[in-house]
Design a protein around this ligand. Structure first.
Ligand code: NAI
Length: 385
């Protein structure tokens, strides 16, 4: 099956590499000739490094590279059975591009979007055959991150879902099925990891480095929230938060933070600008965390119960299954445990008490426990047996 990838930036080039590694002939298209040349050079370097490390041999590297056609001409998509779009995150542009694609490809071709925040239904609506449109959300870097969220729009046919999911499964990826709602699974459930950490900082409970220390050393997360936001880029992370907040009709659970907004406005985007919550210049001295275990544990408990509440509410609203919700967070963002198994471990009654205490203290709807959590505590139910 020939695969088309539109957009040769960070995501598109990674997805093309994955498809070619799995034996597909790939057409990688970008309207910008410089971008397509860059993608070709970058892939050669990545493959050379894999050979150096002994992960693949020279001839495999050669065949992966030779399976990809790098071009600026989207007419080359003509014989593709699946196109994955990974261009700029703008609905108006994606809509135009999808309706153009339909004029190039055959009737059997599936059109997928790698959007992380737009509605798949609105992209599908630009097509004559919206039933062939689906969201396939890869994580960055696509060749390394195992998770792919499969997002059928309301218009998507079952056949499209099955063909797309079977194919991505055959690439050795971990697929989870999610509803076409803002942030899908990962970008919805993970919001408190950033938002609650920022609020804890704003209240003066701890500084960035102490919160990061608590979440890694005591919480077992691979990266603290501020290190991670600096890594993702404050501009990107802030705009995702803002768009999820608006898309949920300004639910206070997703309220963005002024601290992050100011960092973003100041151009302190993180690693890529040399300064974010931390200073990345050569001579910068990194401050030390306070390492107060009592405060540290309070920080972890507060952020973790907020994350669990998001996961429980996503289950309550049938966004995904129990298993897929846990898989998404462990395979998409490397959480140390699935949030629902974590809830079982802590005890859902303990999680509920912590949330109710926060809600009582702040009087803010942000901390309202999911009705499913209340119902399960009443009946003594667990997520996994
Ligand atoms: P990027 O900015 O690195 O690359 C986008 C590429 O698309 C550029 O090379 C640009 O020249 C090209 N492009 C723009 N308009 C085009 C058009 N009309 N036709 C053909 N090519 C066009 O962007 P990135 O980070 O790769 O993101 C792409 C998509 O993937 C976005 O929808 C983004 O939300 C989504 N995404 C991004 C993730 C990330 O961590 N960067 C993670 C998951 C999804």
């Amino acid at each position: 099956m020939k695969i088309g990838v539109l957009g040769s930036g960070a995501m598109g080039s990674g997805i093309a590499q994955v498809a070619a590694t799995n034996g597909h002939n790939v057409v990688l298209v970008d309207t910008n000739a410089e971008a397509i040349n860059k993608a070709s050079g970058k892939l050669q370097k990545i493959l050379a490094r894999l050979v150096e490390k002994g992960k693949i041999d020279e001839s495999t590297s050669h065949s992966i590279f030779s399976r990809i056609e790098f071009t600026t001409n989207n007419q080359q998509f003509v014989s593709c059975r699946l196109i994955i779009e990974a261009i700029v995150e703008r609905l108006d542009v994606k809509k135009i591009v999808f309706s153009e694609l339909e004029n190039i490809v055959g009737n059997e071709c599936i059109l997928a979007t790698n959007t992380s925040s737009l509605s798949v239904a609105s992209i599908a609506a630009a097509c004559d055959k919206p039933e062939r449109v689906i969201g396939l959300h890869f994580f960055n870097p696509a060749p390394l991150m195992p998770l792919v969220e499969i997002i059928p729009a309301v218009q998507t046919s079952q056949e499209t879902v099955k063909t797309a999911r079977d194919l991505i499964d055959s690439w050795g990826k971990v697929t989870v099925l999610t509803k076409d709602t803002p942030g899908f699974i990962v970008n919805r459930v993970a919001r408190p990891f950033y938002g609650e950490a920022l609020k804890i900082y704003e209240e003066g409970i701890a500084d960035f480095v102490t919160i990061d220390w608590a979440m890694t050393e005591l919480g077992g997360f691979r990266m603290g929230p501020f290190t991670l936001m600096d890594f993702i880029g404050n501009d990107i992370n802030y705009s995702v938060t803002e768009s999820v907040f608006a898309a949920f009709y300004y639910d206070p659970r997703y309220r963005p933070s002024l601290t992050q907004k100011r960092h973003s406005e100041a151009g302190w985007h993180g690693r890529k600008t040399g300064r974010g919550y931390y200073n990345y210049s050569e001579n910068a001295v990194k401050s030390e965390p306070s390492k107060d275990e009592v405060v540290g544990q309070e920080i972890v408990d507060r952020i973790v119960v907020m994350l669990i509440n998001e996961a429980v509410d996503a289950l309550f609203l049938n966004i995904a299954t129990t298993e897929d919700l846990d898989l998404a967070m462990t395979k998409g963002v490397n959480y140390p445990k699935g949030l629902l198994s974590w809830a079982d471990e802590i005890g859902l009654n303990v999680v509920l008490k912590r949330l109710e205490a926060l809600q009582d203290l702040y009087g803010d709807d942000r901390y309202r426990p999911s009705p499913l959590m209340k119902r399960m505590v009443k009946s003594g139910a667990k997520f996994f047996n």
